[in-house]
Design a binder for this molecule. Structure first.
Ligand code: BGP
Length: 463
């Protein structure tokens, strides 16, 4: 039976500036441009962000391909390093302004709703080296200035804004688990950065409200990677480990974004551990007053946790992992290429969690997807990649999402990561995610089987 989705449902896909555009406006480097300059060997096959999927030069053709597969909304991001010349004053770079204007106009011309976020891990490298990046409240203020510029320049046409993509990945990648530059292991800084990112989002929202953009029908939110933490067993210590993992990984951002304050249980825990962030009354008031209108949820995989083997009080420096360990559940279904678990029901659990605990706020799936390497294995005689595994993956997630919507969750869209295979951080081009393939040597882009499939889904508003 045909599963129909709500009217005007977003059938789309997401990319980001740093992963698609390529290196233009070379006067500033973001942290990934910089990292590639100084340590190219950490990137898969030493492929860096210089070209990415060449969106800067080929946005017209790329957007035409997105249109061809009937995507009705697409997300990308505005790069701070490309739009702004002087970060302190937020003076504008003309080339950057023209480029983003042209991209927005092209989306609109093609009938695709443009969705923009303002930060996708692309911190200007000099703001890290000068101030410690997100450790610094000055950088928080500079981000709010940059956000205001974006709203002033593009707010007449862009009606769907998001402040951050996956702020928790910044915390984990840069400050805990060493997968983003500068690869620190510092729980105390991680806590402060988490707070500062929440504050930066609220301050950007404040600029949006000051400009009265809501009165033009525009909305603003944030994009969070929600990874529900399922406990290894129903033993109380495992259940508690699951709750603490959720508190730290998910609720720290979700609760702050929706309610304008941090979850009391987290504040209590960090205070007890003497690991709480530095905050002021004024900042907390800004957080309280500037909550989100709408939410983006990136979901790839769940997390399975168990109580840690080492008791919390016997660990030295504060690290969140003192409260939970990852649990490698036997028999779980894995995407072997990527090493991530496939568990579509988690999307339903997320949908009901938002319905029941987060004011049933309107939300959309802002990223979901399946990274597969060497996809040329699946080329057929017509030169089309037969990615049936991706169709199956999307379909299974949509089925659970549909159930969540039927039961009252207020979800208005689904975006796959990503429209066109793009560059991905240290993984560079190892994992391919797109509806459309990209030959990184020739930049020839070809619609995959999943691209033809989504076209029909979008036409039928269901499958
Ligand atoms: C998400 C990010 C995206 C993208 C995706 C796939 O966390 O928001 O930017 O990179 O993950 O990740 P990867 O290419 O590393 O498999």
């Amino acid at each position: 039976m045909m599963k129909k989705f709500p009217e005007n449902f977003w059938w789309g896909a997401a990319t980001s500036g740093p992963q698609s555009e390529g290196r233009f406006n070379k006067q500033h480097a973001n942290v990934f441009d910089y990292w590639y300059e100084v340590e190219p060997e950490v990137f898969y096959n030493q492929v860096g962000p210089d070209t990415a999927s060449n969106f800067y030069n080929s946005y017209v053709e790329d957007i035409a391909l997105m249109k061809e597969i009937n995507l009705n909304s697409v997300r990308t991001s505005i790069q701070w390093t490309r739009l702004i010349d002087d970060f302190e004053t937020a003076s504008l770079n003309e080339d950057g302004v023209n480029f983003y204007n042209n991209v927005i106009d092209e989306f609109i011309k093609q009938g695709i709703t443009p969705v923009f976020n303002l930060h996708h891990f692309d911190l200007p490298a000099e703001l890290y080296h000068k101030y410690g990046g997100w450790e610094s409240k000055h950088v928080v203020d500079l981000f709010a200035k940059f956000a205001r510029r974006c709203f002033e320049l593009f707010g007449d046409r862009v009606k769907h804004w998001f402040t951050f993509n996956e702020p928790m990945v910044i915390v984990e990648g840069q400050y805990l688990y060493q997968f983003h530059y500068p690869k620190l292991v510092n729980g105390k800084k991680a806590v402060q950065v988490a707070y500062n990112l929440n504050l930066a989002s609220a301050k950007a929202i404040k600029e949006f409200r000051d400009l009265k953009l809501n009165e033009t029908g525009a909305k603003i939110g944030t994009i969070l990677n929600l990874t529900p933490s399922y406990p290894a067993s129903d033993k109380p210590e495992d259940v508690e480990a699951g709750q603490t993992a959720d508190l730290w990984r998910n609720e720290m951002f979700l609760h702050a974004a929706v309610y304008g304050e941090f979850p009391p249980a987290l504040v209590e825990l960090l205070t007890k551990d003497k690991a709480i962030w530095e905050s002021t009354e004024e900042e907390l008031a800004i957080l309280k007053e500037n909550t989100i209108d709408t939410l983006g949820v990136n979901f790839y995989h769940p997390s399975r946790v168990k109580a840690p083997d080492v008791a919390p009080n016997s660990v030295g420096d504060w690290m969140p992992d003192r409260y939970f360990d990852n649990y490698d559940m036997p028999g779980r279904r894995m995407n072997l290429d990527k090493g991530w678990e496939i568990y579509p029901k988690a999307l339903y659990d997320i949908a009901l969690n938002i319905r029941d605990n987060y004011k049933n706020i309107e939300w959309f799936v802002s990223e979901n997807g399946m990274g597969v390497s060497r996809e040329e294995r699946f080329l057929n005689e017509e030169g089309v990649i037969e990615d049936d595994y991706r169709i199956e993956f999307i379909q299974e997630h949509l089925e659970w999402l549909h159930k969540g919507i039927e039961e009252g969750s207020n979800c208005y869209g689904y975006h796959l990561w990503t429209p066109i295979d793009c560059w991905s951080w240290m993984n560079a081009y190892r994992n391919r995610y797109g509806f459309i393939s990209n030959n990184i040597h020739t930049q020839v882009k070809t619609i995959k089987k999943s691209g033809h499939w989504i076209k029909e889904v979008s036409e039928n508003n269901g499958f």
